[in-house]
Design a protein around this ligand. Sequence first.
Ligand code: ZN
Length: 353
Amino acid sequence: MTTRLTDREEEFWGAMQRRDSSYEGIFFVGVKTTGIFCGPGCPARKPLRQNIEFFASPSEALHAGYRPCLRCKPMNATGNVPALLEELRQKIEDCPSRHLRDRDLEDLGIEPSTARRQFNRYFGMSFQAYQRARRMGSALAAVRKGSKVLDTQLDHGFESPSGFREAFAKLFGAAPSKASSVHCLFARWIDSPLGAILALADDSGLYVFDWVNRRGLEREILRLREKTKFAIVPGEHPVLDQADGEIGEYFAGARVSFTLPMASRGTDFQRRVWAALLKIPAGETRSYKDIAKAIGAPTAVRAVARANGDNYRGIIIPCHRVIGSNGALTGYGGGLARKQWLLDHERKVADRQ
Ligand SMILES: [Zn+2]
């Protein structure tokens, strides 16, 4: 993770010119004219400055519609990709519009459940999600550029118009032809050392900020969509830039609290609980009982625990700082390993300050 990319574009451009290998994994560069993204040290011919855009992670570049460069293989930048995953990734790139199913994997002599597990661990997204992101990202880019929906659908291997619309609607909430006319919540996948985070925001602030694989996230997004009738589309928004920047600083140990605008969400009770969570200093923990007392409802411990679990703006609203009265970690939507990591990290950062 890095601080805001836009502040560092000149620096990155310089690093590209020098093919500076110390920037490997720090930024990725999408070339608009070819639709390919590269790592900083790609040996391919240099694109023009006005034809490139920078990304903090391969995942962001994929969702913006770019495909990985075959020469510098930017998905590999963060370490050595296991051979199996490299083979899979290669298979997708051989024919990006094709949908590889379990059957196809078996034909290739690959055990589907092993592949799924490894893919998830290494790339922070499932194999299915990678394929979808790759296809939908490029389909959306084509729709935005003015391609006819039908052409786009044929180019991206969706068998029927309804199949394409369904896939689009399922992921982003609007049928392709309507992508520009409804109110949009903008979505971004943000990579972190602990895995990918999904952020949703609009002008009123942040709606969702949580682990992509967090328990209940899909249900929460469906609920949000039903309630607001907003479409959810991958896109750019200043709040997302800010979220990306601030969470980068958080993981780098440079900040423990956030200044992000927050969209108004939840019941009155939930909002009181979340406000109390925001008052727990980093490096410290509170029990559910403490929070119940703090909001003047000392007997509502269970309701407090529920409201804590209903927070879908993790880390920003630090529900991970609430633990059991006996000191046990108890639950966390993103998994106890992450909760422990976040608490350890914050303790270290708080000690330094
Ligand atoms: Zn390259």
